[in-house]
Structures are given as C-alpha cells and as structure tokens.
Design a protein around this ligand. Structure first.
Ligand code: IDP
Ligand code: MG
Length: 140
C-alpha cells in the first residue's frame, strides 16, 4: 500500500472543548502522521471557498457560519492509504451512524458539528492541502 497524504480539520466544536490533543492521538493511533499543522480562525471567504462543492446544499450557509464560529486546526496527514485510513477513523458524517471507536462517534455533537473534516479522494486531498499550506510548511 502506498504512503499518501490527506487533509484534516479539527472543527470549532472540538477546539472549543479542548479536544485537539485527544483527536490528534486517535489519528496517530490509526497510523497517520501529522506532517503539517496550524490553528487558524477561518474567514468567511476561506470557508466558502473550501466548501464550494457544497454551495447548492441547504446546509451551506449554516456550515460556513459554523466553520467560522471559532478556531480550527488544519492538518496534513501522511500514512498508508491516508484518505481511507482517515475516513475510517473519522466515522460516518452523522455521529448517530458512526461506528464505535471512531472520532465522530466519540466526540461529535451533531451531523453539522461533527468534530473533524477529512478529504474524500487523493485528488481532493491535494487540492485541500494546497488551499491551506505552502509546500515549505509541510515537513514529512
Ligand atoms: P463529510 O464531512 O463526512 O465528508 P460531507 O457530505 O462532505 O460530509 O459534508 C460536509 C460537512 O457538512 C459535514 O462534515 C457536516 O459538517 C456538514 N453537513 C453534512 N450534511 C449535513 C446536514 O444534513 N445538515 C447539516 N450539516 C451537514
Ligand atoms: Mg466531505
């Protein structure tokens, strides 16, 4: 299995509850390595750009408001089959459907405030990493 990268966000509901370390520990224990990390407060423009793929969805405005409601931690993660590995440890979008032991089952508050983002493909992982990090900010 090839070593690849994915992009993760620890969302405002999680930073508010001081869960950055607990979530990062679960990512690391799942075989992912943090190769870039920064805590930022997303602007409305950044959140709208990042979630542009969802702009026709009914929850888009609420999602942008939520993602700009407090600090987030954006991370690039590296590991074998990183996109799938991260999606597996994240759990389903709706925490009510997420498997035991996943981040969302353990920590998410709701389908919106679901604690973490993770890329859904290698192609989107590259786009999302490039959206938030300069090449020199990623140290593998
Ligand atoms: P994902 O984060 O599991 O990939 P997506 O369908 O890509 O899920 O949705 C992006 C984000 O939008 C979700 O993580 C969640 O925060 C929010 N979201 C998704 N579906 C709903 C919904 O039905 N109501 C409110 N927010 C939603
Ligand atoms: Mg998604």
């Amino acid at each position: 299995m090839a070593v690849t990268r994915t992009f993760s966000i620890i969302k405002p509901d999680a930073t508010r509850r001081n869960l950055t370390g607990a979530i990062t520990k679960m990512l690391e224990e799942a075989g992912l390595r943090v190769v870039a990390s920064k805590r930022i407060h997303m602007t409305k423009d950044q959140a709208e750009g990042f979630y542009a793929v969802h702009k026709e969805r009914p929850f888009f405005n609420d999602l942008v408001a939520f993602m700009t409601s407090g600090p987030v931690v954006v991370q690039a993660l590296e590991g074998e089959d990183a996109v799938k590995r991260n999606r597996d440890v994240m759990g389903a979008t709706n925490p009510a459907d997420a498997a035991d032991g996943t981040i969302r089952k353990t920590f998410a508050e709701s389908i919106e405030a679901n604690s973490v983002h993770g890329s859904d493909s290698d192609e989107n992982a590259k786009i999302e990493i490039d959206f938030f990090f300069k090449p020199e900010e990623i140290v593998g």
